[in-house]
Write a protein that binds this ligand. Structure first.
Ligand SMILES: Cc1cc2nc3c(=O)[nH]c(=O)nc-3n(C[C@H](O)[C@H](O)[C@H](O)COP(=O)(O)O)c2cc1C
Length: 373
């Protein structure tokens, strides 16, 4: 059997195969509280070696889209306990994606209708998803952010730490820090966004300072083997850009190598799009990125994502270029994706849009494998 289907150890987490469910925002948690729908949805996907939850807001300030779940209310933690129990009972493992969206938000989602915060006061040329009082969904321009004062940043690091603690107490096997896709951590990393002149802007060290403060606080709180991070070196998602992504992300992975994290999750190319997408003057070299990580002593599992199918996933793990592969869209309409990949069976096609907000209407009972194979 291909290695993709074999068990392995991911930090402190033993997984039964190397197929990971990628984080997928579904906008199905009104009040930021996970409910029956979320419990059922994750339980159904417990055959994945590891589930990464949808992005989950660490605070209300970290919310960027309607009905995204959070980790900042007691009722939400109760809801998550039901999710983690259901997944564990079904034999699965689950980590939560810790999310602060930064400027990719709207005043209507923020505490007291305030401005979203970021590394910058420049507006993100992107859209967010809101649900109106009558229940209809709509995309909306993001609001103008407020650049964080230097002294405020420690408070957000503390929010990440507290959310990680609460997540472990709610039964999660670990946490994935969302450092990708143009959200807050990425808003500090990328040269095209970060225009600060304090110790969080300018040099590589300064732009990566916030990321490392978060990794440090979270891993000290819950253990390095239960901490992971997601990065997306070249994605233009949410108006993000960098003139030299290879240099900043090499610096990042060399720093991450000092921690024995569970895994490093790398989105290759444009998230949900072109795998060969380029920023800067040369194609991004993912092999060199991993080599730099290993040369710096990094030993965490290497998890790759973006547009993988059965053949490319088997190949990337077999060849040793990655330890695990995460699948996003294929998991939406195929709760039993692992079984389908094992058999080489056909995949269901989603009958609802697979973009942010596309899942808001609720759960669709996709045909189970025995009915279609
Ligand atoms: C509906 C939808 C929601 C997503 N939500 C998140 C999210 O909450 N956090 C995140 O890091 N990526 C998110 N992504 C990106 C996916 O995790 C993944 O990177 C992308 O879909 C590419 O993988 P795939 O080709 O296997 O689908 C989302 C993608 C889709 C389609």
């Amino acid at each position: 059997m291909a290695k993709l289907f074999e068990p392995t150890q991911v930090g402190d987490i033993a997984v039964k195969n190397r197929i990971v469910m990628a984080p997928l925002t579904r906008n199905r948690s009104p009040g930021a509280i996970p409910n029956d729908l979320n419990v059922e949805y994750y339980r159904q996907r417990a055959t994945a070696g590891l589930i990464i939850t949808e992005g989950t807001a660490i605070t209300q300030q970290g919310q960027g889209y309607a009905d995204v779940p959070g980790l900042y209310k007691p009722e939400a933690l109760e809801g998550w306990k039901r999710v983690t129990s259901a997944v564990h009972e079904a034999g699965g493992k689950i980590v939560v994606q810790l999310w602060h969206v930064g400027r990719v938000s709207h005043t209507s989602l923020q505490p007291n209708d305030g401005q979203p915060v970021s590394s910058t006061s420049k507006v993100a040329r992107t859209k967010t998803y809101l649900i109106n009082a009558d229940g209809t969904g709509a995309f909306a321009e993001t609001s103008e952010p407020r650049a964080l004062g230097t002294a405020e940043i420690a408070g957000i690091v503390e929010d990440f730490r507290r959310a990680a603690r609460d997540a472990i107490d709610a039964g999660f096997d670990g946490v994935e820090i969302h450092g990708a896709n143009g959200y807050l951590i990425d808003q500090f990393l990328r040269s095209g966004i970060n225009d600060r002149t304090d110790q969080y802007g300018g040099s590589l060290e300064n732009r990566a300072r916030f990321l490392f403060e978060v990794v440090d606080a979270v891993s000290k709180e819950v253990g390095e083997g239960r901490t992971a991070i997601r990065i997306s070196p070249v994605t233009p998602s949410n108006d993000s850009s960098d003139i030299d992504p290879q240099t900043i992300f090499t610096y990042v992975v060399e720093g991450l190598a000092k921690y024995n994290l569970a895994y490093i999750h790398v989105v290759e190319g444009q998230t949900g799009g072109d795998r060969n997408f380029q920023q800067g003057d040369k194609p991004f070299d993912y092999k060199a990125l991993r080599l730099a990580y290993e040369k710096a002593g990094g030993k965490s599992k290497w998890l790759v994502n973006n547009g993988y199918d059965r053949e490319t996933a088997i190949d990337v793990v077999e060849s040793g270029r990655a330890d695990l592969v995460s699948f996003g869209k294929p998991f939406i309409a195929n709760p039993d994706l692992v079984e389908r990949l094992k058999l080489g069976a056909e995949l269901n096609t989603p009958d609802q849009p697979t973009f942010y907000g596309g899942g808001a209407k609720g759960y669709t009972d996709y045909p189970a494998l025995e009915k279609v194979a």
